[in-house]
Structures are given as C-alpha cells and as structure tokens.
Design a binder for this molecule. Sequence first.
Ligand code: WTA
Length: 659
Amino acid sequence: MSNSIESTLHETRVFPPPESFVAQANVSGKAAYQALLDEADRDPNGFWGRLARENLQWSKPFTQVLDESKAPFYTWFGDGELNVSANCLDVNLVNGNADKIAIIFEADGGEVTQVTYQQLYERVCKFANALKALGYKAGDRAIIYLPMSIEAVVAMQACARLGVIHSVVFGGFSSKSLHERITDVGASLVITADAQMRGGKAIALKPAVDEALGMGGCEAVRHSIVYRRTGGDVAWDAKRDLWMHEITAKQSADCPPVPVNAEHPLFILYTSGSTGKPKGVQHSSGGYLLWAKLTMEWTFDAKPSDIFWCTADVGWVTGHSYITYGPLAAGLTQVVFEGVPTYPDAGRFWKMIQDHKVTTFYTAPTAIRSLIKASEAKASHHPKSYDLSSLRLLGSVGEPINPEAWMWYHINVGGERCPIVDTWWQTETGGHMITPLPGVTPLKPGSCTTRLPGITAAIVDETGGDVEAGHGGFLVIKRPWPSMIRAIWGDPDRYVKSYFPSELRGYYLAGDGAQCDTDGCFWIMGRIDDVLNVSGHRLGTMEVESALVAHELVAEAAVVGRPDATTGEAVVAFVVLKRSRPEGDEAIAIGKQLRDWVAKEIGPIAKPKEIRFGDNLPKTRSGKIMRRLLRVVAKGETVTQDVSTLENPAILDQLSTPV
Ligand code: WTA
C-alpha cells in the first residue's frame, strides 16, 4: 500500500451532487437509488429478470434468470437467445437513430471521420458477410489486433453478429504476447492492420502478426485480414492474407444477425494474474450486454443528446464495455480517438472536448496526472485555455485517483460543476461495480463510493467474515451478477481457485484490498496479489520475471511495484546475472538491454522503470525470495523489519543502491 493511498483515507471533503444534475438524472436522488437497491436485495432474480426484459431485445425470451446449480459456474438468462450486434445497431435503426452520428473518429493526425448508425450497420454487415463467405461461424475464435479506429469497432461488432468469439489484443503487445493469445484461444482468424499511428509515427502491426504466426502452434489460423491504415509496404502471404477493403467491397449491406444463447461467449480478453500466464477472461452475450447498457444509463446518465467520450483502447475491457458495446446499445453519439493525449500537444484532450462538444468524458488517473504536469508547463496545454462548457459529467477508471488529481480534474476540467464518477471495476466484472451515481451520491475525492444496485460488494477477512467500517480487508462480491466472468478460457480449475477460494464462502474475490468508511464508501487500497497497476494497466510481476529470466544473461529476477507519481505504480526489477554483478556504465548498458528485451517479450508497457543488480536476492533459508523486503528497498526506504530469517541479510544493502 502506498503512502498516497494512506493519506486518501483521511480525506474529509464531500461534494454533494449539483441540484441541476439531480433534477434531470436517470437515477435521481437517494430515494430512487435506495428503491433499486431494495428491489435487488429483496428479489435479485426478479430485479435482474425485469431489467433484462426491459433493456434487451431477445429473439427467444428466457424463462430462467439465474442457474446456480453448478456454482461458481453460473449461467444467466440461460435459455434465452439474442444477438449482441442487433442490440447495438439494428435497434437504433428502428428507434429513429438511423441518421444519428454513432461514431466521431479523430485520427492521430487530427483527421475526423463520422459514421451514422445506418452507415455503421452497413459496414458491420458487409464485414460480417465477408467473414461468413470465408467460412467463419458461431463459436470460432478471432484475434483482433487493430489500432483504434472505426474498423476496430466494425470488426468486433461483425464477430458478434455471427457469434464469432473475439479476443482483442492491445496493439502495444509484442509478437510473443500475441502468439501466446492466438494459441491459447485456438484462433482460426486474425484481424489486423498494416500499421497504427501514435504521436505522428507509424508503428507497424502486421509484422508482429506474421512473426507470431510463424512461431508454430498457429496452424488453425486460416486467414489474416488486414485493414489498410497507412498504406505502407507490407509483406504478403497470398495464401493467408486478405485486405479488409477488398473482401468487403462487393458484400451485401445486410447480414441477418445470428441469434445465440445468452451464455454464448461474446469475447475472451486476456488479463494478468498472479502467475506468469495471462488469463483468458470469458464473457457472456446476454448478461454482459445488459450491464454494459445499464451502467451507461446509470453511471453515465446517458441521454440521447450526449456526446460520450471514453479515451480507452479497445484492447482493454474499458474499450469493450464503454466504446464497442455500451454506448452503441444506449444509442449515443461517441468520440473515438487514435493516438496519445500528448500529441500534437498536451492540449489534445481539451481541444477534442471543445471541438466535438463532448458532454461525458471518461479517462484514467494516469492520463490526468501527466496532463496536470503538462498544463503547468505551458498555458496553451491548460484546460482553461479551451471552452469545456459542453461537459456535464466526468469519469475515472483503472486505478485509484489521488485526491489532488481528483480536485484538479474537478476544478480545471469539470469547472466545479460536473460530478466525477470514480468507477471501480475489473476485466472480470464486465462493467462498473462500485461507483457514484452522478444524480445521487455525495462524492469524496479518492473514493469510488458505493455499490451499484444488485452488486453485493463487501469487505471481508480471510474466512469471509464481514469486516467493520474503518478496517482493511478483501474486496468481494457476495452474490453472482449477470456480467461476471464466466470462465478462464481452457482452465476451469484456475477460475475456481483464483476467484472463488474455498475459505471465502463462495464469494467472488476481486484481488483488491479495500476498506469501507462509516458512510459505506469504499476506498480501494491496491492489489492483494502479485499484480501491478502501471498507468492503469494490469501487469503480473511473474510475467515480467519470466521475460527477464528468458534473457541469456539473467540467472534470477524478482519484480516488484513502487509507487509512482504519474503512472501509479512503476516496475522495479532486481536482477542477478549469470556472470558477475555489473557496475557503472556497464550496469547502465545491460539495464537498457534488459528493458528493451522486456518490451520485446511482452510490450513496452511492461518495461521496468528501474533495474538493480545484485550478487543474489534476499531469500529465506528455504529459498523463498522476500519480495516484501524488496518493495521496501525499491521505495528507497530503510528495511526496519526483522531480517533474521534471511539467509543473506547483507544483500539488502547492496540492492539498496540504485545504478
Ligand atoms: C484497479 C479496469 C481503484 C483495481 C477496468 C482493479 C481501480 C484493477 C479502479 C482492474 C478505481 C480499477 N479505483 N482501483 N476506480 N478501477 N482499479 O482488469 O486494482 O484492467 O482490480 O480493469 O484496476 O483492472 P482491469
């Protein structure tokens, strides 16, 4: 737990929802919220059944809401059928939204492209027809490795239209990470682009796919479909590679949606856990979409006139729920962007809000913190230099937001009038779980406040007993909910062990430590496992360690997190080489080599911020590496704990010296 998180627990400022917001909110006032909580607590199945009937269009209505007979393998609306893409697109054509702008896309260089719901529908249908013509059908798995683009949304929706299960891989992951996911998920199709643009530079994507497919074990992949983003030269395998624009050109603009069972997997998204191998989190169609849509209405107070902007990448769950599915199911106009918040300059977010008249802005604390710095450096990067009066609601996601960043966001971006929804959730939960409702909840900077109706979040001890307010414990969800993870792809045992450990009475274990205050507000204190949160991205320490020890120079490595003012946490690696411990310039050179190696093995987001070399690592007499002590050393603090159980206490002094 970092010091900054300690200090948030003493935060006393409270910001009640503005009356003008309450007056127009979808969930307006405490009584409305309480009524939903009570309905859900009194009769959960009645509550969820009602919402699923009211919010989704079913091709075959369900008769059973929740089946707990194989707990913790729950099923929701299990005998119902629907199509997710029809619920995002077709419904909007009959609801009078055909000519409404669905997506305003702004590319890295600032070019803007818009599509209406009708146009998006046609593009999705054409692409789905092309996939169908190639023989892809419900249940097949497609890896999507695309830049942020309208095409990425089209590809995901086209898969959903056919029941093809997509697994999106963030464009920043290496060919090795890509290969791991292609083989684990058993993909028969890869959808990629020639390149992506980031900060004015083209970064090739297709070569990583070619490399991954060449690594072996990918024989099931029949095609690699390529979106032409930059038009640069690409290597081509005529037997396997197809241009997206060529295969869609002659297709019909109508493709009947394939009804699938509510439990049919919509997607599998890999995320880091406590072991070296990422977990393929499997989500359903019905329950998942229900929550993506409802949280748009509740948390984001979605209104037909909104211009919604979630700055996430579709490679993460936030981009799934709050770009590809939620906003479309809610019939909104949304902004999608390619690039980085600091290009062409650090005023980009504020300029985009001004240009596109964004009403609802959802981003990550790490982006806010980096933009605070930039805005202090130059007036033209400051939000106050832009007209942000269109904004009515702000959101935060991915990591705890420190109160200083919260206040800056509130004052400088929200003009002190916009509520901030600090949404706590995870890849596994599918959508928001603990968050303020903007027309209900008094806000406390640094707290994600209270649970959503139907979400039985609680803090418990190691036996599952409730922990009193003001004391730390494990964050759990006591009852299943529709958008919960259904499985870890191909590893049912790991699903049970990771999320439903037997000592916790069948509760879902989130993996976060947290505490509740006396108002029932939750304060997230950080992960309880070996997962780091770097710039809002989940990273397993074991993943980075495995990458390091795969390098020919490395004998042993231990990776820990250290609090970082901008990225939340930073990766610090303690490394023992097979040869003698390097010093001075040599240590710097090998450090760089290893950092580049990690970027190549996993992706640039996993690069250690610092590498320290030792003759050994601190170990117990039984050989266990004492990561707890390394965390103290990484922070630059003196170890005050008892080190008498260590085999080699002197090593701590050596490791305490940064290169
Ligand atoms: C952390 C991202 C504090 C938490 C949607 C969780 C947060 C992990 C918040 C999930 C928040 C996410 N406040 N911590 N508002 N939101 N986290 O799977 O540790 O990429 O377990 O999902 O991020 O990260 P994931």
